[in-house]
Design a protein around this ligand. Structure first.
Ligand code: ASP
Length: 442
């Protein structure tokens, strides 16, 4: 416990799904005085086939828009909150007047962002009452521009000032307001972003993000049995891994805290003593025992290959090819090339419905000797700050893949040396991941 520190703590929907989970959360907050700013999500699923309150609210809104009755669904929402209030023993606390206003507004077509945001708003009110913190409505401190973009400057200025006058407060996640006062939400899972914004505004020493897993694992547990947890990861490593499919945190949540170097600690509400994962800007900790931090893989990529004699001396070839992609609004992942070949790796979904057109345009643009598209490529990223300057890592990756009898279709190592990305046939992705895990982690 450290009185001088400030922590912003965000709790996800599964951490606040019922009264029992609320009690765990309150214990976590009370265990450390520096946990001064709390960002709650809306109540999530209590069991596998349960419905999140946010989804119930979206449903109410779509019924209202069709002019149908929202009574049954809205009653379901009230019941969820009232069970929490009762379970926590908050006898003098009631959300009845809020329920009335919200129901009326939804019926009067206040919009889907307004409806969805009420999940966090109501949960925030309960949380504030339960732990005795002040409630700050996110609509008063988190701002969006008229065209719906997050207004970083205004938010920072206002939120900083407001937090200075509140030693302890609850700021509900997921939403803010536009200049006309209308409620606007972030994309789904966006309470993570609010947590990050609050952490930045109060200049937190750490942003704790409490969820239902003990941080990141170094490989996908659906493929690798009981993979080892990652205790420390840098922002850049995380970006590489989450882009490839390892998700615990909302993609955009990293940026506000990353800019100012606030570390993020992922923790498990159901196992608070587990170390979790610390996400840092840089680390001096030398993880000598592990060269790689994590492995992630993603399927559904295609490769467009162009061949042309003397390509290496053709000025402007690459630009013309990329201009065609740009014209179609397509993004590419990698550009592995040979002396006379250029390959473009991109997601297969982008090609659907545009294959012939794209090939024709590329032919017109650069007149290649040969052009073809191959599908069913999976990309596998081996990521680790420990790889930088370490000799023999690539040999170990390729050796492990060769030993498993897998054909490598593509190789790419960024000059940052932070990652080695290989392309294998989709049917062999799982096998390749296992081979690399065995080589580096086991
Ligand atoms: N409640 C919102 C959602 O379900 C936001 C969040 O949980 O972060 O997406």
């Amino acid at each position: 416990m450290n009185r001088d520190q400030i922590k912003t703590v965000k709790f996800g929907g599964s951490s606040l799904s019922d009264a029992n989970q609320f009690m765990k959360v309150a214990n976590i907050i009370r265990a450390d005085e520096s946990r001064r700013y709390v960002v709650p999500s809306a109540p999530g699923k209590r069991y596998k086939d349960d419905t999140k309150v946010t989804d119930m609210l979206y449903k109410c809104n779509s019924l209202a828009e069709k002019g149908e009755s929202i009574d049954i669904y809205f009653d379901g929402i009230k019941k969820r909150y009232n069970e929490i209030i009762k379970g926590l023993g908050l006898n003098d606390f009631s959300l009845e007047s809020d329920f009335e206003i919200i129901k009326e507004n939804i019926k009067n077509k206040a919009g889907s962002d307004y409806a969805a945001s009420r999940g966090e708003y109501l949960n925030g009110k309960i949380m504030a009452a339960y732990i005795g913190y002040e409630f700050i409505d996110a609509a008063d401190v988190i701002f969006f521009t008229e065209d719906g973009k997050f207004d970083e400057e205004k938010t920072n200025a206002v939120l900083k000032g407001v937090l200075k006058t509140h030693a302890r407060a609850v700021v509900p996640g997921f939403y803010g307001s536009k200049p006309d006062g209308k409620i606007k939400t972030f994309s789904r899972g966006g309470s993570d972003i609010t947590g990050s914004i609050v952490a930045r505004a109060c200049d937190a020493d750490i942003y704790e993000n409490w969820t239902d897993v003990s941080g990141f694992l170094c490989a996908d547990p659906r493929i690798i049995d009981d993979p080892k947890p990652i205790e420390v990861i840098t922002y850049r490593e995380l970006r590489e891994l989450s882009y490839m499919g390892a998700t615990v945190l909302h993609e955009d949540a990293i940026f506000p805290v990353r800019m100012v170097g606030i570390p993020v600690q992922i923790k498990n509400t159901n196992d608070p003593d587990a170390p979790g994962t610390l996400i840092v800007h840089k680390t001096d900790k030398v993880d000598t025992e592990r060269v790689i931090t994590g492995i992630a893989g993603k399927k559904n990529f295609s490769v467009i290959t162009l061949e042309q004699d003397m390509m290496n001396s053709a000025v402007g070839f690459g630009r013309k090819v990329l201009e065609v992609l740009e014209k179609h609004g397509m993004v590419f992942e990698h550009l592995p090339s040979g002396i006379d070949t250029m390959s473009i790796v991109l997601s297969t979904a982008q090609l659907e419905g545009h294959r012939d057109e794209l090939i024709n345009e590329l032919c017109r643009a650069v007149e290649p000797d040969c052009i073809y598209i191959e599908d069913n490529l999976a990309l596998l990223a081996v990521v680790g700050r420990g790889m930088v300057g370490e000799r023999g890592t690539a040999a170990r990756v390729f050796g492990a893949i060769a030993k498993a009898g897998i054909n490598l279709r593509m190789i790419d190592q960024g000059s940052s040396e932070l990652n080695i990305i290989v392309g294998v046939d989709e049917s062999e992705l799982e096998k390749a991941m296992k081979a690399i895990y065995e080589e580096f982690v086991k």
